[in-house]
Every structure is written in C-alpha cells, then in structure tokens.
Design a protein around this ligand. Structure first.
Ligand code: SF4
Length: 412
C-alpha cells in the first residue's frame, strides 16, 4: 500500500483514546459546586456568571500562564472580550496547557502578532454589505447579522472586528432596513441569521424576527448559525424549540470543534432541536492545538452523528488578525480529509473549505482523487490508494484491467 494513504489503525482510530473521546460526560459544576440546580440550569444565570476578567481567570484557573494572563489583560483593554460560560469553562483541563478547550476561549499574548496577510475582515463581508448588518455575497441568499453578542467569545472569530464591540464597531442593526432590502430582492430565497449569536435573543424577539422574514413570500428557507447549543445548552428550552418549529423549513448550523464539547447537556439540547423537526448541521474550524489531528477529528465527526447533527463544513481558519498561533496548515486539513473519506460513514465527512480571502466565497478543497481526465475516461483512486479507470463517453472502448480495477465497492 502507498504509505501516503493511511490504514485504519494509523489514522487515530480505533483505540482507547479514541473511544474515550466519544464518551459523553456532563460538564460538571467545578468551582460552582454550591450553585443550586435551578440557577445552574438557567441560561440567564449562566450568562450573568460568565468568566470575563483577569481576576476571575486567575482565581478559577490557577495554572493560567504568563501568555494567557497578558492576553486577557489586552482583551480587557481593547480587543475581543473574554467571556466564557461556567458550563464551557468546566470543560477546560487546568492541568493541560494545551487543552483544546482552553485554546479556543482564553486569550493569549500571540493575538498581538499580526502577519502581513491577516485582516480584520478576512471574508470581505463589509464590502458586500448593501445595508448595515446584511451581507449579500451569493446570488440567492443573505447573511443577516442580528447581534454582536455571543455567549462566549472564540479567539479566532472571523467577526472579531464586530462581536463584543471589539473595535468600537458600533453595531446597531436596523431590522426595518434589512428586512426591507430582503423584501425588495425577490432573488433572495434563503436567509441565514447569525452575528454574534441569534439565540441570545429572548423567544419573543427572535420569534418576531423570524415571523417577519417568514411573511416575505419569496423566502423559502431560514437558517440560524449558532454556538449557543455548545456554550449554553441551557438556552435550548422546550419553549424555544416550540417557537422555532413554527417557522419551518428552518435549519440550524451549530459550531463545535472538539469531541469534548459534546457533553451530555449538549447532546440533550441538540436532541430537543431535532425533536422539533430542525435539521442540524455542524461547522468546525480547523485549529492548531484543538482538532488538527485525524483521530480527534474522526471522533468528533462520529460523535456529532450520535448527537443527530450532520458534519457540514470544516473551515480552514480565516486570515483573521492575530490568529497565526491557532492556524493549522492546509496540508494538515487535506491529511485529515484523507483520513475521513472512505474510512468512516459518508455522513461523517464534512466539506473542507477555504473562505477565499477578501470575499471570494467558500471554495471546496479536496484531496485529489481524480488522477487523470482524458476524452474518453477518467482515472481515479479510492481511499486505499487503489487506482481505477472509469470510461466516460458512454461507449467504453478499451478497458485496461491488468493494472486497473473497477470498483467493487458499493456507494455509501
Ligand atoms: S460564537 Fe461565532 S460569532 Fe461568536 S465569537 Fe465564536 S465564532 Fe465568533
């Protein structure tokens, strides 16, 4: 076998470590052991008690490093805010400086380093914004940025120019102007609500917004992009689910990066959304120290399916300013995709994409499976590295079978 193509036992699976990653555990109470159940399970209590200051970090995480302390001071002064729900904070392993949860939400001094190719608006959203808070990049759909607040703040956020008012962006979306734009553009059939996190709105406000969009005849499809089920699963109440189900077809895209994020609380919250008839997809960002490992990624994808959530996109980390320390290489991303395709359920394989810098949109990136294209045939390889020829003119002329095999595999 070509060593370029990993065998199942070389790509991180299976094994005790892999199996452990797929286990579901509660987040636990950690330093909040004395908090009453009623408070702990109340999403507003979780938001009110977010970890957001250097002093809290020093007290709750005695192993805070000098780089993290400096990053937290900087964030408190001028950058993307620190904000970590108690639920998510409890997933940090204090004994591990390279804990994958820690690297996502605790700022580091490295955020001050800005590579020449990094930008504050790497996806060029501002240049495709006909109305403040609305991005019309693709022909038939819009991105509706409804808030600049999140339950917790990710250090690699593509919209770190905007969320938590990090750069004095003064984000005050005027829903009337945005909805008027959508209503006056009949080519728009799909609206993605994002931000910030739309599920931070209370049920009434979010229901009102969804109702106004649903009333526009040419809107076929609504989507919500959210990390709330991961950061704040307590927000996914039966009342929220009952409200959301009035607006079908409505899809929800969550954002999770590591199997440890998929706790029992998260699995149950996603189950409530799925029971409300909401199709669930997941978007992950490829991050150094977090999930740039084939075994971790495979465990995460498989665990998402157990949470009734289909892996949707794996993003190459955008060129957001100050994110170099978190960015894994495209080569690593391709290696991970190679380790998934064919080696696990097709539903567990996301599409790896690069959001083209400056506003080019999502470009799919795949390992090369087509080895040659000729006028009458294509030569392809499978996940094991075996080479096959497929006649492509409807009348196969010469099929060489000595060194080339037709696939004996069924489609999955
Ligand atoms: S939840 Fe989304 S919008 Fe909010 S900080 Fe994280 S990546 Fe950015």
């Amino acid at each position: 076998m070509d060593p370029e193509f990993p065998a199942d036992d070389e790509d991180g699976a299976p094994g005790a470590e892999f199996d452990a990653l797929k286990q579901f555990h509660p987040a636990g109470r950690g330093p909040w052991a004395d908090v009453a159940d009623r408070d702990w399970n109340d999403w507003r209590w979780q938001l009110k008690h977010r970890v957001s200051t250097v002093e809290q970090l020093e007290r709750l995480l005695p192993t805070l490093t000098a780089e993290e302390r400096a990053g937290a001071i900087l964030a408190g002064e001028s950058k993307l805010a620190v904000g970590i729900t108690p639920h998510f904070f409890n997933l940090i392993d204090p004994s591990d400086e390279f804990c994958p949860i820690r690297w996502q939400v605790i700022p580091r001094l490295e955020e001050t380093a800005r590579a020449p190719w990094e930008m504050s608006d790497p996806c060029g959203e501002d240049t495709h914004s006909p109305v403040a808070g609305l991005v019309h990049r693709y022909p038939d759909r819009v991105l509706f940025l409804v808030t600049d607040r999140c339950a917790s703040y990710c250090r690699y956020c593509t919209r770190s120019r905007l969320v938590s008012n990090a750069s004095g962006y003064d984000f005050h979306p005027e829903f009337d102007r945005q909805i008027a734009y959508i209503a006056s553009h009949p080519e728009i059939r799909d609206v993605l609500l994002s931000g910030g996190d739309p599920l931070l709105f209370n049920d009434e406000k979010l229901g009102n917004l969804l109702g106004r969009l649903r009333a526009i005849p040419h809107i076929e499809f609504l989507r919500i992009g959210t990390r709330i089920p991961i950061f704040l699963p307590q927000r996914i109440t039966p009342e929220l689910c009952a409200m959301l189900r009035q607006f079908h077809p409505l899809f929800v895209s969550i954002h999770s990066n590591h199997p440890r994020e998929l706790t029992t609380e998260v699995r149950d919250a996603l189950g409530r959304l799925a029971d409300a008839g909401i199709p669930l997809g997941n978007q992950s960002v490829l991050l150094r120290h977090v999930n740039d490992d084939p075994g971790v990624m495979k465990a995460h994808m498989q665990k998402l399916l157990m949470c009734r959530t289909r892996p949707y996109y794996l993003y190459q980390c955008d060129l957001i300013a100050g994110s170099s320390h978190l960015r894994a290489s495209v080569k690593k991303g391709l290696q991970i995709m190679e380790s998934l395709r064919g080696h696990t359920t097709g539903y567990a394989v996301p599409q790896y994409v690069i959001d083209a810098p400056g506003g080019g949109g999502k470009v799919p990136i795949n390992p090369e499976y087509v080895l040659a294209k000729q006028s009458d045939r294509v030569v392809i390889r499978n996940f094991e590295g075996r080479v096959f020829e497929y006649p492509d003119n409807g009348t196969p002329t010469e099929v060489r079978t000595s060194a080339i095999h037709f696939s004996e595999f069924g489609k999955d």
